[in-house]
Design a protein around this ligand. Structure first.
Ligand SMILES: Cc1ncc(COP(=O)(O)O)c(C=O)c1O
Length: 494
């Protein structure tokens, strides 16, 4: 319910906001932004008048006027000067205009882990798709399972990888996220449990929550310490399979959502030994393993592992062209046994009646020449990864950065629990971030930041310097962190 915040309640929420490390108006605006982003000041609430707040805080009215003006400029406050502005979230921080659509000028986007299209190749695939289109125009155009040549092309790639697959085992979807929603609606739902790695991919966690299922988070072990005399980055800590087995036995989740191939956000890859054991144990507890292989092609260290489905026909696999080619294709798929595919198709038609035809025709072309754009993409990502790791070691040596084996992101442990504060402050330095808690449940990972290496080295250089400056600002204004650490207190809204 829209309401207003009185000066006393606001002063209590602000806490000790004024450290003197920056101009007072700026510190005040920063803390208010933080409280809005953190949900402790609700949206669409009128803040106290400038005069009343100035009196309550014992500062000049100019300070409050300037703070409110800054919040207005950034989109956190509506209304003009003089009127009581209402809180809001700026459109540009809502990830609706991500990379590939419209990146706002001057802001380096580290909130997304995605790459531009493999330009030439994707464009050519669409041009060829238009040549193939006339043959399909006499049909109705509804296609709930996917175009036969696309299902075949996807199945053939699994068969070539050593997992014999028929086209009937493939359901084409509008991306991996769509695939996960279909699976959740079919296999999980209200009151059922879904095991997840912790941390995990934020949009998947959101989808699980939205399905009404309860997440069963199993912590990923901390990154191992560097092995060689203190030098180099820590290596992967793998998966806690014992923990997953215990969770499956005791909590009996209906399904597990896992990203064993260049896990988002850590970039880890699960060993074959761990895969085999996981599949065996899941069979014993009746938990369906749903494996998201969206990042599997981004194998930067040429690690050799078998897809999880190689260990059991009961494994459900999600795939996507989003990271290998382009997210704008909105083309993904589910691989499962034929009976399950039939159930997924039934669910799918409650959500939509099929994928767009031209995208699928382009998808056939891309699948048939799958590796063509991949070498260049991997070379670019390897170069970016080394650049990022080097830059972080140089400019933020107190960050503990785990070396990713593949995928698009590095998972960094921060020296202080300041991830949300960094995310709030970073746009002032020209960088957009996704805070660590987005990757967990119950507010975990305030000590972590995911940094993608999707930008070229020079832009990564600018971004890391901005991160360093943002971190320095947090270090100089500990009240930003303190505000976060304070116990949650519902804002008094009248
Ligand atoms: C693990 C994982 N799954 C799914 C997606 C989204 O895939 P899609 O664009 O196919 O919906 C992403 C994108 O970052 C991802 O990292």
């Amino acid at each position: 319910m829209p309401g207003s915040l009185n000066p006393t309640a606001m002063a209590r929420l602000l806490g000790p906001w004024n450290s003197g490390a920056a101009p007072a108006y700026r510190e005040l605006a920063d803390v208010v932004r933080l409280l809005v982003m953190d949900g402790r000041i609700p949206l669409d609430v009128a803040l106290p008048s400038e005069r009343a707040l100035a009196v309550m805080l014992g500062v000049s009215r100019t300070t409050v006027t300037a703070a409110y003006a800054s919040l207005r400029e950034q989109g956190f406050l509506s209304g003009g000067q003089g009127s009581r502005g209402r809180t809001g979230i700026p459109h540009r921080t809502v990830p609706v205009s991500g990379p590939g659509l419209a990146v706002p000028d001057g802001i380096l986007d580290l909130a997304y882990a995605s790459l531009p299209a493999t330009g030439e190749v994707v464009h050519r695939a669409f041009a060829d798709a238009l040549i193939d289109l006339p043959a399909l125009l006499p049909g109705f155009g509804y296609d709930a399972v996917g175009l036969p040549p696309l299902r075949e092309a996807i199945a053939d790639r699994y068969t070539a990888a050593g997992i014999p697959t028929a086209a009937a085992q493939i359901l084409v979807t509008s991306g991996a996220q769509h695939a996960l929603n279909i699976i959740l609606k079919t296999l999980a739902g209200r009151q059922q449990k879904v095991l997840v790695e912790h941390p995990s991919y934020p949009n998947a966690l959101d989808a699980i929550r939205a399905s009404g299922s309860r997440t069963v988070p199993v912590p990923m072990p901390p990154a191992a310490e560097p092995t060689s005399g203190g030098g180099g980055e820590p290596t992967s800590g793998g998966w806690d399979i014992d923990g997953m087995v215990a969770a499956m036995r005791h909590q009996r989740p209906a399904m597990a959502y896992l990203v064993p191939d260049f896990h988002n956000p850590t970039g880890r890859i699960m060993s074959n030994l761990q895969r085999r054991r996981l599949v065996r144990e899941a069979a014993g507890t009746g938990t369906v393993l749903v494996v998201d292989e969206t990042l599997r092609e981004l194998n930067l260290d040429d690690v050799s592992t078998s897809p999880l489905a190689a260990f059991s026909p009961a494994v459900v696999t999600i795939g996507s062209l989003s990271k290998s080619h382009w997210a704008g294709l909105r083309t993904g798929w589910i691989r499962a046994d034929e009976d399950l595919i039939s159930r997924f198709v039934q669910t799918r038609t409650t959500m939509d009646l099929g994928g767009p035809i031209v995208e699928q025709l382009a998808g056939v072309r891309l699948l048939r020449a799958f590796t063509e754009p991949l070498d260049a993409r991997l070379a670019e990502l390897r170069r970016n990864r080394e650049a990022l790791l080097g830059l972080l070691a140089e400019h933020l040596p107190e960050w503990h950065v785990e070396r990713p084996r593949g995928g698009l992101t590095a998972w960094c442990r921060l020296p202080t629990p300041s991830s949300t504060a960094l995310t709030v402050v970073a746009p002032d330095f020209g960088v957009r971030l996704a805070a660590g808690p987005r990757f967990g449940v119950g507010g975990a990972f305030e000590h972590f930041m995911r940094v993608p290496y999707t930008l070229a080295p020079t832009r990564l250089g600018t971004a890391v310097l901005a991160l360093r400056d943002a971190q320095a600002r947090i270090d100089a204004s500990p009240q930003l962190r303190r505000t976060l650490k304070a116990p949650k207190e519902a804002a008094a809204v009248a």
